[in-house]
Design a protein around this ligand. Structure first.
Ligand SMILES: *[C@@H]1O[C@H](CO)[C@@H](O)[C@H](O)[C@H]1NC(C)=O
Ligand SMILES: *[C@@H]1O[C@H](CO)[C@@H](O)[C@H](O)[C@H]1NC(C)=O
Ligand SMILES: *[C@@H]1O[C@H](CO)[C@@H](O)[C@H](O)[C@H]1NC(C)=O
Ligand SMILES: *[C@@H]1O[C@H](CO)[C@@H](O)[C@H](O)[C@H]1NC(C)=O
Ligand SMILES: *[C@@H]1O[C@H](CO)[C@@H](O)[C@H](O)[C@H]1NC(C)=O
Ligand SMILES: *[C@@H]1O[C@H](CO)[C@@H](O)[C@H](O)[C@H]1NC(C)=O
Ligand SMILES: *[C@@H]1O[C@H](CO)[C@@H](O)[C@H](O)[C@H]1NC(C)=O
Ligand SMILES: *[C@@H]1O[C@H](CO)[C@@H](O)[C@H](O)[C@H]1NC(C)=O
Ligand SMILES: *[C@@H]1O[C@H](CO)[C@@H](O)[C@H](O)[C@H]1NC(C)=O
Ligand SMILES: *[C@@H]1O[C@H](CO)[C@@H](O)[C@H](O)[C@H]1NC(C)=O
Length: 746
């Protein structure tokens, strides 16, 4: 087999760019061509004289009729990138062909590429030395002192192996990386490699080797039986070159010092060290774009073109940057480039809202309070509080208090049910503590009419001045409320009613005690009737309104709600008030309340004392229901004993019982004018008591026992003491139960 070796050895035309004297910076004039063959030519690249920086001379050549292409030396220029400092150009493919008709005579056309004296270096990042062929070994050689030599082998024993080879990985195709900084290479095929396979497999193509842009290469099995790439026109592949300003300098610091050569002319530009090979590049500062190699070439970049802001946000371009803004209620988060909910705004709004709520409710409260105060003052005025105040100021030393509503609410635990100690037609009575330790009974009146309202203050004034030992003291009142409240001293030991008809009925009360209480009550009522003119009429005299203090002394209560005797006719028409069984029949007819009405009611109390029976027996036969009518009919029949309790008969002096019955009868006279005055009643009771005081019953040993049973009140010791001492010093004023007149249930 004859082997003729034809070595074509085409040497790639060098990029003849002699490093000339460093020229003064030639800024391309307006005459310079900006484009060629659709490729933008940016300075430092340029076409023609005085348009490019040294080493970047581009020629625009007509390749066909009217078709121009830019060339850098012999190589067609595809792209210029200022930002990345790269260009792409078309590189020659080296071939090694098999002539089957010639019995295997091989011809090769290998290219070398020398850019070592230019600003260009082969990009080690983008390029790969790529070899196609069956049983082909190709070398890539650098001519530098480093002695770089590399290569790759592509084999194919069996064509069926290739059927599934789709990547360039050794079967029919191989690739290898190149080092940084390469500016020259020479390709050669290994002739010693066995090529008999090619004829055996019946292939008629060539082997190929080229340094090219890896991203642009896709291996195809058709490549191994083709001669297409043996064409110098078609047999081209893109290669990426890194360029830089490499004029004898490698550091930016040094380059900046020489204004005449420093390439980064734009004010907003910076110097960047070349990533491949010596020298430097220029780049626009952050936020700027344009050509850093031209004066004023870097201009503000409109970053908003690329919509860098999160969706929903607005982009605002600024000189050298941009700003994102988010919709109301959201805040731009630079780190995550999102529109986050604006917590400060939300908190701000929340706080603001909160404050508004607080202030408005505060204001509302103040308004309400003012309103309430106005209502209170209105009530106070209506109830004659001003008159009361006036008088209280003028009459100093008046022991009368005008309480505020709040004080009484506090005193009664907000009118707690457990504080109720009495309920009646006039209202409800609560127990309370005012001024720290003063026990009082607070009466909340039922509704009163307009007339009463107006005179209430005046009435209070008069009532407050009443100071009698047998009348419950009025300590004060509260005028701020719609219906005034009265504050009385607290009387601890219940009422005469309870004493006569109460649970302790089994323990008979000494008659003399009852008599004394009646006498004291009469004194109290007499005081009321004679105190002022017109007289103060109680209006609701009954045993339940005769309270008993700790010494079992009588205290007439509940006069506060009664009215001063009306002085003109219009005022007669008042509501019939009082309690059934005690009501003056004349008052019921005339509706005119007089002091004699009180006398009638007192007569009924005398009957209770005398008989121990209730004024109305609702469960008895109809005719005997009313105690007073029972009594009067018994008196008429001269049969008093019929209504007297058994224990009375024979135990009290006949004279006393007779006198009391007679007094009661006078009080119960149907005609008011025939009834005695309260003063007369009091005097008569005083006289009768003296009869009772006659020491005719001996002290019984059991008495002391009973006394202690009865007590359980703070007065126990006193009573026992009184009981044991026996003789009262005075008329028994302070002696609740006169032992010498006691009688006991066995
Ligand atoms: C280029 O510049 C030089 C010096 O400024 C000048 O002499 C020459 O005529 C210019 N050439 C062209 C083509 O403008
Ligand atoms: C640039 O290239 C053109 C064409 O190749 C040539 O005529 C011209 O002299 C060159 N200029 C420089 C400055 O190298
Ligand atoms: C490179 O040039 C080609 C053809 O001229 C063009 O299609 C391509 O978009 C360019 N690429 C870049 C990155 O400029
Ligand atoms: C120039 O700046 C751009 C944007 O900042 C960056 O992407 C690019 O890599 C820079 N170029 C060089 C050569 O540093
Ligand atoms: C490849 O091209 C060269 C030069 O153009 C030529 O001499 C040779 O015969 C070609 N080989 C094949 C296999 O086409
Ligand atoms: C192949 O070899 C034959 C015989 O030597 C010759 O005539 C022919 O031109 C060759 N073909 C190529 C493409 O070189
Ligand atoms: C090629 O491979 C196929 C299947 O692997 C095999 O059958 C055939 O013998 C092989 N041919 C050669 C020449 O090795
Ligand atoms: C390229 O390599 C071949 C073979 O090794 C050699 O003959 C040729 O001179 C080389 N070319 C250059 C430019 O070094
Ligand atoms: C290779 O190509 C030649 C010419 O086109 C053809 O005759 C031959 O059959 C092909 N060989 C294979 C294995 O496809
Ligand atoms: C290579 O192949 C991939 C996927 O097969 C395709 O996306 C890409 O465009 C191809 N590249 C070239 C240069 O044909």
């Amino acid at each position: 087999m004859k082997v003729r070796s034809v070595h074509l050895g085409l040497v790639g035309l060098l990029l003849v760019l002699a490093a000339q004297e460093a020229p003064a910076i030639a800024v391309p004039g307006p005459q310079c061509q900006k484009q060629c063959g659709g490729v933008d030519i940016h300075y430092p690249f340029g076409i023609g004289d005085n348009c490019s920086r040294s080493g970047f001379n581009v020629s625009c050549q007509e390749v066909q009729d009217g078709v121009y292409k830019p060339f850098l030396g012999d190589f067609e220029l595809l792209n210029i990138s200022l930002i990345h400092g790269t260009i792409r150009e078309l590189n020659h493919i080296s071939t090694y062909c098999y002539n089957s008709s010639d019995g295997g005579f091989m011809s090769s056309s290998t290219w070398s590429f020398d850019a070592s004296n230019t600003p260009f270096r082969f990009s080690d990042v983008h390029n790969k030395f790529t070899v196609i062929g069956c049983n082909t070994l190709a070398y890539i050689v650098d001519n530098t002192d480093k002695g770089y030599q590399s290569g790759c082998v592509s084999t194919c024993q069996n064509l069926s192996d290739l059927a599934d080879a789709s990547s360039c990985s050794g079967l029919g195709c191989c690739q290898t990386d190149i080092p940084k900084g390469m500016g020259f290479y020479n390709v050669s095929f290994d002739r010693g490699f066995d090529t008999s396979q090619i004829s055996r497999l019946g292939l008629g193509g060539c082997s190929y080797a080229v340094l090219m842009e890896a991203a642009e290469f896709n291996f195809s099995t058709t490549y191994i039986n083709t001669t297409d790439f043996n064409d110098t026109k078609i047999g081209r592949a893109p290669v990426v070159m890194d360029w830089a300003i490499r004029e004898g300098t490698s550091s930016c610091e040094v380059a900046k010092r020489d204004d005449s050569t420093y390439a980064c002319l734009s004010s907003n530009s910076k110097c960047v060290v070349s990533p491949n090979g010596p020298g430097y590049l220029c780049n626009c500062s952050n936020g700027y774009e344009g050509n850093p190699y031209l004066p004023d070439g870097c201009h503000d970049a409109d970053e908003c073109k690329n919509s860098p802001c999160p969706s929903g946000g607005a982009c605002h371009n600024t000189v050298g940057g941009y700003r994102c803004s988010c919709p109301v209620g959201r805040k731009f988060n630079q780190r995550s480039n999102t529109c986050d909910p604006d917590t400060t705004l939300i908190t701000g709004v929340a706080i603001g809202f909160f404050l508004v709520v607080i202030f408005s409710s505060f204001g509302y409260m103040i308004l309400q309070k003012r309103k309430l105060n106005q209502v209170k003052q209105e009530h106070f005025r209506q109830h004659g509080g001003m008159i009361l105040f006036e008088r209280m100021r003028s009459e100093k030393g008046l022991a009368f208090t005008v309480f505020s509503e709040a004080e009484l609410v506090k005193a009664t635990d907000n009118y707690d049910k457990s504080r109720i100690i009495g309920k009646g037609g006039h209202g409800t009575v609560y127990k309370g503590i005012v001024k720290g330790n003063m026990h009082v009974a607070i009466k909340r009146c039922a509704l009163i009419d307009e007339r009463q309202k107006k005179e209430f203050g005046q009435e209070m004034l008069i009532l407050s001045q009443i100071n009698h030992k047998n009348i419950v003291k009025l300590e004060g009142c509260c005028l701020e409320v719609e219906v005034p409240m009265l504050v009385y001293e607290f009387i601890p030991n219940g009422t005469l009613y309870e004493l006569i008809h109460g649970k302790n009925q089994a323990l008979q009360i000494p008659f003399s005690t009852l008599l004394r209480i009646a006498h004291e009550a009469a004194e109290g009522l007499n005081f009321l009737h004679s105190y002022a003119s017109p007289p103060i009429i109680h209006g609701d005299v009954k045993s339940a309104n005769i309270l008993l203090d700790s010494n079992y002394m009588a205290k007439v209560s509940d006069f506060g709600a009664s009215v001063l005797a009306p002085s003109d006719k219009e005022q007669y028409v008042t509501m019939v008030q009082g309690t059934c069984g005690y009501l003056d029949p004349e008052y019921m007819q005339t509706c005119q309340l007089t002091e004699k009405s009180d006398v009638y009611s007192f007569g009924v109390i005398l009957l209770e004392v005398l008989t121990g029976q209730e004024p109305l027996k609702l469960d008895g036969p109809e005719k005997q229901r009313s105690l007073s009518s029972n009594f009067l009919s018994a008196m008429k029949e001269n049969n008093l004993n019929a209504i007297l309790p058994s224990h009375m008969k024979g135990q009290e002096s006949n004279e006393l019982i007779r006198g009391l019955a007679e007094l009661a009868k006078q009080c119960l006279d149907m005609c008011g004018s025939n009834r005695p005055l309260m003063k007369e009643i009091a005097d008569e009771l005083g006289r009768l008591r003296k009869l009772s005081l006659h020491p005719w019953v001996q002290i019984n040993a059991e008495m002391i026992e009973t006394q202690s049973l009865l007590s359980g009140t703070p007065t126990a010791s006193f009573e026992i003491e009184a009981g044991t001492t026996g003789y009262p010093t005075q008329e028994g004023e302070n002696l609740p139960m006169n032992p010498r007149s006691s009688y006991y249930a066995r």
